[in-house]
Structure formats: C-alpha cells, structure tokens
Design a protein around this ligand. Sequence first.
Ligand code: SF4
Length: 216
Amino acid sequence: MERAVFDEAALQTDVDAKITAALERLAVAMHKSLWEAAYAEDLTATQAQFLTYLASMGNTAVSMSDLAHRFGLSLATVSEAVRALVTKGLLEQRRSANDGRVREVRLTMQGRRRVKALLHWADAIRDQVAALAPQAKGLLLDSLLELIARLQQAGLISLTRQCQTCLYFQPHRHTDPTAPHHCGLMNQPLPLTELRIHCPDHQTRPPAPSPSAPSP
Ligand code: SF4
C-alpha cells in the first residue's frame, strides 16, 4: 500500500513524498512571514493578502468573486474579511458599473498608505532565493511553474497567467537546456529564468480534449 506523504519511511525513500513535504515546509515559512507582517499591522493574514493583492492591481477594482477565486476562499470568508477592511477605512466597496449584481473593492487612500508596511513581507525569503546559483533558479522556476499548472488542472489552485497554461507556450522545442521552451507570440525561445508567472499577453490554453470513449 502507498505510504502517506508524511510517513517517516516515505520521507526516507519516496522522492514524491520528499518534494511534497518540502513544499509544506516552504508553505509554513511563507505563512509565518505573512502572519508576522499582518500581525504588526493589526490585520489577519487574509486581510493582508487582500491589501497586497489590491495594491498590485493599481487602481483596478476587484470583484469579491475574483478574490474568492484567487485565494481559494468561500464568498462568505471574503465578505467577512472585506467588511473588516472597510470598517478600518482601508477598502471601499461599490457595485460594478458594468453589472450592478457584482460588488467590487479597491484600496482607499488610507489603505494605500497602510499597505506600504506590508509589501516587503516576503523579502527575507526572496533573499535566500537570491543566493541560489543562476542555473538552479531557472530549473526551480520551470519546475514550480509546471507544478502550479498541474495543480490548476487538478482544480487545487486558481488559474495564473503563467507560461505553462498559455496558448502560446510551446514546451521543449529547443535543445538549449537553458532555454528549451518557446513563446509563439514573441516567436522566440524563452530562457528558463524569463518564464512568466504573470504575463499581460497570456491567453488561456483551452483544456485538452478528453480521449474518446472506447466504442462499445
Ligand atoms: S505570451 Fe506570455 S505567458 Fe504566453 S508563452 Fe509568451 S511569455 Fe509566456
């Protein structure tokens, strides 16, 4: 029988279990850093994530369902966090001009000032990433983006605008190990370190057709 991921024996011998356990360690480090930055600002980790995400969107308003989709939360949880942020004066909420049924949120001026203290919550982790060898960074980015694309296909994470889920992405078209993939839009090889996680030109690739059912 297959051993559970965190089974001691699996962690000695099973590379899949070891990678999964390593990701869990990374998730703990990320959550700890985010939680500490949020706590210092008298916010929850979810509230801090909403503020930093909205800051990354500039002046663009984001719908409640977009927030739920991006962070894998229920609408009820999003509503609760948004209500608390509106009460603190950090977010404003209004009906969408395009569809009155849709509620959108954006940062207030006070929210823009406050979010500055949160924007560097992941710097300590990035410092350690920066210390990796350049070749290791390309391979790691490629592997992580492929894993994220698989998690998205399995319904475990929301769609990202990254190369591996893009219509224009042509994997392993070149023999150069430092730039094996190709962007059909730019019509040029993509160095591993230049793979995009949030590309403005991303076009979602339609799902592969399911294999036809065997004839009776
Ligand atoms: S358009 Fe952007 S996301 Fe798509 S393959 Fe090219 S660089 Fe990657």
